[in-house]
Design a protein around this ligand. Structure first.
Ligand code: FAD
Length: 470
């Protein structure tokens, strides 16, 4: 036990898990072309050989073993910042394994209601950490008719629920949607999608279950086809992770893996905790991408010789503002961390929600600024195959000549990356994901209203209006 390896990870996925993709039932994902790139992405997180990278990816546990840093329960600002460094280095598969932080953040609150659940959280955390497992964040229900509550739906399975209880455990039925990397992880960590009330006890359920558990099935989808040319698709040729619709067709969850089974007041606690850690990860990813967009904007205008033009400088300054506000929020969230009773720290809830909201609400405008100055070649640039063609290639080189000293291939690579990230399938994925992943805008609005010191603001307004004793 301890740190795992690429090879062991790959072998561990040959465990009989049931997955579907493109109308095919896939019995061994390690042999299937659709999973080639996703597996390569996930496996890179097990590359611990390089000393510098190992420093970022790992930490020393209380028992003196090395473990992946995604499992480090932060107790200081410095450890939160190390987590950001980790997030920038590791894949989204490692990122969503941070679901254990959401569990550990609520452990004290859960213990007050049912100590057994809190012990289960603690032991599942150790189980996963000491085996260097990967886990997914399984929270979003199908939800059916949004105007009705979980127990009022036409079909009771439209929210995941407890269908049966016995001495062995609970039997769960339902489906969870959009689950990032579901087919690539070892554990599905499941929580309620929102607060549940009286009458919805069977829907207040949280647990962790292995991906190959009988009755668990995953239907995959990704923005990227299996093979893409890396010159034409510099981002998505190397990066794609499927999301999965995860079906629970009467899955037995043993009691020692259950974190919640009927205590409705705790459902919102789980959901909010996951929201916080998921949005922190989203904010980090957003900061990295926004900074990349600034760089792309600068290069594309330099190549065209318009870097001193006011309209180009305006667009770039807007992108800088966007990137910097996101980064600043992320750092502020760590600096102004909050603590649980047992001393774990987590990012500031208000800072994270304001930052995530700002990122999501303005992402489409940031893309507009980049596309506006980049020009139509973002879409119409010929492909690499034509560049290498003996007759077509020279024309491309001749007519893509721009500012002196600009290499045509470099210019093409920058334009291709802009298209890949903002205008093609991956670009479309980002447009929707910026809004929905981690919860739609409404989810952050609710948290802003909940956590901002609104009474202090009202008092300030009363005092400014001359109301005495405000
Ligand atoms: C790429 C991607 C990856 C994701 N990864 C994960 C993951 O790993 N794990 C996970 O659990 N989830 C994941 N999600 C799901 C994400 O959290 C949800 O998409 C998001 O919370 C919105 O829920 P929904 O898709 O069910 O849409 P809906 O609930 O239909 O929401 C869509 C819009 O409708 C509004 N709305 C919803 N209900 C009501 C109502 N009653 N009244 C008025 N307005 C309403 C919302 O405000 C929202 O703006 C992912 C999503 C994407 C796109």
């Amino acid at each position: 036990m301890g740190l795992s390896s690429r090879q062991a990870y790959r072998e561990s996925l040959r465990d009989g898990r049931v997955t579907f993709w493109d109308g095919e039932s896939i019995s061994d994902i390690t042999e299937h072309p659709n999973f080639r790139v996703p597996l390569d992405v996930a496996e890179r997180d097990y590359d611990y050989d390089d000393a510098k990278r190992r420093d970022i990816l790992t930490y020393r546990t209380e028992t003196g073993e090395d473990a992946n840093r995604v499992y480090q329960v932060p107790t200081s600002e410095a450890e939160l910042l190390q987590r950001l460094e980790l997030g920038a280095e590791m894949s989204i598969v490692g990122g969503v394994t941070g679901v254990f932080m959401a569990l550990m953040s609520v452990r004290d609150e859960v213990a007050e209601v049912n100590p057994r659940y809190a012990e289960n959280i603690q032991s599942m955390y150790h189980f996963a950490r000491d085996r260097d497992l990967r886990a997914s964040e399984v929270i979003t229900d199908a939800k059916g008719d949004r105007s009705r509550r979980a127990h009022e739906q036409d079909d009771p399975d439209l929210y995941l629920h407890i269908a049966d209880r016995s001495d062995d455990g609970i039997v769960v039925r339902g489906a969870k949607f959009h689950i990032t990397a579901a087919s690539l992880v070892h554990e599905q960590v499941v929580m309620p999608t929102k607060s549940m009330r009286n009458g919805e006890e069977d829907y207040a359920v949280a647990f962790s279950i292995p991906t190959n558990a009988p009755g668990l099935k995953i239907i995959n989808r990704s923005f990227a086809p299996p093979e893409l040319n890396a010159f034409d698709y510099p981002a998505s040729a190397h990066h794609s992770i499927p999301e999965g619709m995860v079906i629970f067709d009467d899955v037995l969850v043993p009691w020692d893996r259950v974190f919640l089974a009927g205590e409705t007041p705790l459902s919102g606690v789980f959901a909010r905790s996951l929201g916080l850690w998921e949005r922190t990860l989203g904010l980090l990813e957003a900061a990295e991408r926004a900074e990349l967009m600034v760089g792309l904007a600068q290069l594309v205008v330099e190549h065209q010789g318009k870097e001193r033009k006011p309209e180009a400088m305006d667009a770039i300054s807007e992108l800088i503002c966007y990137a910097h506000i996101i980064r600043t929020h992320l750092e502020a969230a760590c600096r102004r961390y909050e603590s649980t009773p047992s001393g774990m720290v987590h990012p500031n809830v208000l800072d994270v929600n304001v930052g995530k909201y700002y990122y999501a609400a303005n992402y489409h405008t940031a893309v507009r600024n980049l596309q506006d100055i980049a020009g139509g070649l973002v879409l119409t640039l010929p492909k690499e195959a034509d560049l290498r063609h003996p007759e077509a290639g020279p024309y491309i080189r001749k007519y893509l000549h721009a500012k002196e000293g600009t290499d045509v291939e470099v210019r093409m690579r920058i334009l291709n990356l802009i298209r890949d990230l903002t205008a093609d399938a991956f670009g479309g994925w980002h447009l929707v994901t910026s809004l929905q992943a981690g919860g739609g805008l409404i989810a952050q609005r609710i948290m802003m209203n909940r956590t901002y010191d609104i009474r202090a603001a009202a008092k300030k307004a009363m005092a400014a209006a001359g109301v005495r004793d405000a």
